[in-house]
Write a protein that binds this ligand. Structure first.
Ligand code: UPG
Length: 457
């Protein structure tokens, strides 16, 4: 019998593409053939990341002439502003004819996993009789809290008023933990319409694929699967299937720098805020002061020039801090022996990568699902601490003191020690989940069995 064949189609964002590379490796490991769809500009990123595999990569043209989007931009991290997200995501619909033509030419497809941000792919799947799973870059923790709180968010609660949910009375939340427009009393607007379209397509799909593992959030997986459909399948952490580092002639300079720190027995805080965060210049300034005052060693990856105001920062911290503006291998950094803490925006990939590397987190959520992820990190699984906002509000401005103190605590204090102990335990469970016999390994096997049996009926 031919091996099952799975089609993967990630949304055009680094934070959505990278986990799909790992998922492809997980599927290959289970003897599945994999075809991945992308666009021409992203193809090199795919070919590099999936080299040494026999994944079939197909690119289909990305729509041109989208108002406000510069020619050649085919990934959201290259957008001039995240306010262009909806036109960008909506424009992908015009890829449908090419997608369907390419799909129809493939050998039989057992099922497809397409990003929840590509809701139109459900229709393509239905036309060709292929079961579709929606890939959610979120946890069942976040999905459950979002669904369970929707009625309360329609009430008169103020932005920072604490409330609990009848289904999860141990979790304290505020309206500000939810992203706009979902936190509004009467959510509306283009993003809300897009999210409704996404939710509708998901509800009619075969299932949800989640980059998480049962032991991490069993209460929420059980809750979600008992209350809602389709079923959420936790088959991660995908990053536990990352390819081993390839032979290279030269190490990147930031790894040499970390090696030097390790040789001197120094601990390093890794600072990075993913691929989408938009930091104001004022906020940027406070980070510099906070890092400087904390006196810890740090490696900071920034997405904009730090020389906006040449205040001599890099020179003053040169013996203990490194600022990098290039694309880095985040997993390699997190897994480096010198890295003992991660100041993170809590994008889900960063959180799960930190768990797998057993590095505790200093949470500084900024947008999307990040506030809920931060609640999970700090209050639910207790693998980290949180930065302090000036006014105590969930979305408040963070002054240098709100960084300096928790940075020291994470790197040198007792609370940091406890978080490190906890992340070691959870990290071990994460790695075991995808090993043969682990919960995610079993879930993936069950899923494949269900789908292959279904095909043979
Ligand atoms: O120089 C870099 C920068 C990033 N990364 C990787 O890029 C990914 C970034 O993903 P994530 O940490 O989730 O951040 P975002 O890019 O901000 O992710 C978006 O997508 C996530 C998954 O849906 C959401 O949880 C976030 O809120 C949303 O902002 C991770 O795998 C990082 O390892 C690198 O390898 N090198």
């Amino acid at each position: 019998m031919a091996s099952p064949h799975v089609v993967l189609f990630p949304f055009m964002s680094k934070g959505h593409i990278i986990p799909i590379f790992d998922l492809a490796r997980l599927l290959l490991r289970s003897g599945i053939s994999v075809t991945v769809f992308t666009t021409p500009a992203s193809r090199p990123f795919f070919s590099d990341s999936l080299s040494n595999t026999n994944v079939n990569i197909i690119d289909i043209p990305f729509p041109q002439n989208i108002e406000g989007i510069p020619v050649g931009v085919e990934s959201t991290d290259k957008l001039p502003s995240m306010s262009l997200f909806v036109p960008f995501a909506s424009a992908t619909k015009s890829m449908k004819p090419n997608f369907e033509q390419a799909l129809a030419s493939l050998s039989p497809v057992t099922f497809m996993i397409t990003d929840s941000f590509l809701p139109w792919t459900l229709d393509s799947a239905n036309k060709l009789g292929i079961p579709r799973f929606a890939y959610y870059g979120m946890t069942t923790f976040s999905l459950s809290l979002m669904r369970s709180s929707s009625d309360l968010l329609r009430t008169e609660l103020s932005d920072d008023e604490v409330f609990t949910l009848p289904d999860f009375p141990w979790i304290k939340l505020t309206r500000n933990d939810f992203d706009s427009p979902f936190r509004e009393r009467e959510p509306k607007g283009p993003f809300f319409d897009f999210a409704m379209e996404e939710a509708m397509a998901t509800s009619k799909s075969y299932g949800l694929i989640v980059n998480s593992f049962y032991e991490l959030e069993s209460v929420y997986v059980d809750y979600f699967n008992s209350k809602f459909s389709p079923k959420a399948w936790c088959v991660g952490p995908f990053c536990a299937a990352t390819a081993p580092l390839q032979q290279r002639l030269e190490k990147p300079s930031y790894i040499n720098w970390l090696d030097g720190m390790l040789e001197q027995g120094k601990h390093v805080l890794y600072v990075a805020f993913g691929t989408q965060a938009e930091l104001s210049s004022e906020q940027f300034k406070e980070i510099k002061i906070g890092l400087e005052k904390s006196e810890v060693n740090f490696l900071w990856v920034v997405r904009k020039s730090i020389d906006e105001v040449d205040d001599g920062f890099e020179n003053r911290v040169k013996n203990r801090g490194l600022v990098v503006t290039e694309w880095v291998d985040q997993r390699e950094i997190l897994n480096h022996g010198s890295v003992e803490g991660f100041l993170s925006h809590c994008g889900w990939n960063s959180v799960i990568e930190s768990i797998c590397a057993k590095v505790p987190i200093l949470a500084w959520p900024m947008m999307a699902d990040q506030h809920l992820n931060a609640r999970m990190v700090v209050e639910e699984i207790k693998i980290g601490l949180k930065v302090e906002t000036r006014d105590g509000s969930v979305r408040g401005f963070v002054k240098c003191e709100g960084l300096e103190k928790p940075i020291r605590e994470l790197m040198e204090g007792d609370k940091g020690k406890e978080a490190r102990k906890k992340v070691n335990e959870i990290g071990e469970a994460a790695i075991n989940a995808v090993k043969e016999g682990g919960s995610s390994w079993q879930t993936l096997n069950d899923l494949i069995l269900e789908l292959t049996t279904r095909r043979n009926v």
